[in-house]
Design a protein around this ligand. Structure first.
Ligand SMILES: Nc1ncnc2c1ncn2[C@@H]1O[C@H](COP(=O)(O)OP(=O)(O)O)[C@@H](O)[C@H]1O
Ligand SMILES: [Mg+2]
Length: 525
């Protein structure tokens, strides 16, 4: 019987660094009980903060500054080392050998995320572009300032979207012109092969790319975990994570997995942090406890303008990143405002709070009865933000995720440990919609890439509730037969009968008398 079904407990590490780019969070967890009702207990938590130069470099790259492929490639490997160090660090903290860890789930560091949600928003902007085309150069800067979100459509425009394509879009026809239309794309770095090499633990990564390739938004990824760990029999729950971006998972009372919805509501700490960095010339990166903002007054006309930003009106599912609420947003709405710093910070804090409130009012409360709001993420330390949420949503019982055994700073990292564990167990997204559909119909497709190196195997993974299918990459620790001492573990996957699904990760046969034991069936590298 597989471990998860038997409820046998195992250790897993989750690694997470979000859009705040503050550092790598590592959570060592013990997972037990069954797949449908897992128990996840935090054993230790560790954060490896990014040095200032790395944070600045990441902010530049993610902020869209021109960069060389060499820079991104180098960052990918450097962060791989950092993520590995965070994983080893949390094991040291718990005084547990990494050998006892069954899997590492690594989210990686997002440096770009763009999720297109249907033809409508594209249409809106393309229509604008069609009008603007003759004077595009002259108006480009102005248009960018007014529509930071529209910026990305310049790319497609620059590549020259033809009239035919535009007409098809206007009619709402599905267009499969991937050469010309900007398709959804996302990039998380922190090379999983490096993490596997340094820790000798299998690593599951590329959760977002997998979800996006399968038709999801690639974000948020945690709703399934929220469903597994936070669902209540008699109360509707909203789990709100306030990282760089804020996202919600909506879990109706006694919900089936298929009823759970998750989406990004807009900025979490991103706009606040951006202003603090500007005001302090980078010496500080956040408003501790929200104290700075607490001394100011929200600028209502500015707030109203920002609330009209197209992202907020868009129907879920939707996701956001630095592309929407990073520097272009700050420049468009805050630059050159002759108001005091506390007022501007208060306005940014209020934007986060009201965008969460608006999203719940618009998209959630009309459909789902909600009684509880569970807050997590670094934003939970912002007392002003939590106080304002309580004031705006007095009908909800609002508490921190700490009360549910998920400390606010560790929750997302814990989630990736659980997602990786599920992936390694070969569990699909565990949604009714998935269970019901038949093999080959785009549900829970399980596959292995034959072209790739033996270490890189695709496994069914954690899935966004809305995506039709999803996979993520599993990195196995390398086999170095000549250098591996006797008894040290190496791994291989065995195929299921259909040859598609890895049945389990097996330890190799016992070491030979001569000492070094090559992994059978694996090529020497
Ligand atoms: N004491 C605090 N007071 C106010 N904000 C805080 C505090 N500690 C952390 N934060 C905010 O939380 C952010 C980090 O949150 P986190 O959940 O790690 O986000 P992400 O997932 O985007 O990395 C910081 O950038 C900061 O804005
Ligand atoms: Mg963080």
């Amino acid at each position: 019987m597989p471990e998860h079904a038997a409820g046998k407990s195992r250790l897993a590490v989750g690694l997470m660094s979000g859009t705040s780019m503050d550092g790598v969070d590592a959570a060592l967890v013990r997972i037990s009980a069954t797949a449908d009702h897992p128990k996840v207990r935090l054993v230790a938590f560790h954060t490896l903060p990014y040095p200032k130069e790395v944070e600045d470099q990441l902010l530049r790259v993610a902020g869209g500054e021109p960069t060389f492929a060499e820079g991104i490639s180098g960052l990918n490997f450097m962060l791989g080392e950092a993520f590995a160090e965070a994983a080893l660090g949390v094991c040291r903290k718990a005084r547990i050998s990494p050998k006892r860890v069954s899997v590492i789930g690594s989210h990686g560091q997002t440096i770009h995320h763009y999720a297109r949600s249907g033809p409508l928003p594209a249409l809106e902007f393309l229509g604008e572009f069609a009008k603007l085309r003759p004077e595009l150069d002259a108006t480009q800067r102005k248009f960018k300032r007014r529509n930071p979100e529209g910026e990305m459509y310049f790319i497609s425009f620059d590549y020259g979207i033809g009239r035919k394509l535009l007409k098809a879009l206007q009619k709402g026809k599905p267009v499969k012109d991937f050469w010309n239309l900007p398709s959804s794309h996302t990039l998380q770095i922190a090379e999983a092969a490096v993490i596997a090499e340094r820790t000798s633990v299998p690593v599951v990564s590329d959760f977002r790319t997998a979800d996006m390739a399968a038709g999801g938004q690639g974000a948020p990824l945690v709703p399934m975990v929220d469903y597994l760990l936070l669902r209540q029999k008699r109360e509707g729950v909203v789990a709100l994570n306030v990282g760089g971006i804020a996202n919600v998972t909506v879990i109706p009372a006694n919900a089936e997995a298929g009823q759970v919805v998750g989406f990004d509501t807009g900025p979490g700490n991103m706009v606040i942090d951006g202003l603090v960095r500007q005001f302090t010339k980078g010496r500080k990166s956040y408003d501790a406890g929200g104290r700075w903002a607490a001394g100011g007054k929200a600028i209502e006309p500015l707030l109203e303008r920002m609330r009209r930003f197209p992202f907020f009106r868009r129907e879920p599912p939707k996701s956001a990143g630095r592309e929407q609420f990073g520097k272009p947003f700050l420049d468009a709405y805050f630059r050159g405002r002759g108001r005091s710093r506390p007022d501007l910070l208060r306005t940014a804090t209020e934007l986060t709070v009201r965008s969460v409130y608006d999203a719940l009012e618009r998209f959630v409360f009309p459909k789902v009865s909600v009684q509880r709001l569970i807050v997590s993420g670094g934003g939970a330390h912002n007392r002003l933000l939590v106080r304002r949420l309580r004031e705006l949503l007095p009908q909800l019982h609002i508490s921190l995720s700490d009360d549910y055994g998920l400390p606010v700073d560790a929750k997302e990292a814990m989630a990736f440990a659980l997602l990786a564990d599920r992936s390694l167990q070969g569990l699909p997204g565990n949604l009714p919609a998935v269970k019901e559909c038949r093999r080959g119909e785009g549900c829970g497709r399980q596959r292995r890439s034959n072209q790739r190196a033996w270490r890189e195997v695709f496994l069914p993974s954690a899935r966004h509730p809305r995506s039709a299918e999803g996979f993520c990459r599993a990195e196995l620790p390398p086999a170095r037969p000549s250098s591996r001492p006797a008894g040290q573990r190496c791994w291989r996957s065995s195929r299921s009968r259909d040859g598609l699904r890895p049945r389990s990760w097996q330890r190799p046969t016992a070491p030979s008398a001569t000492g070094a034991q090559p992994c059978p069936s694996l090529p020497s590298l």
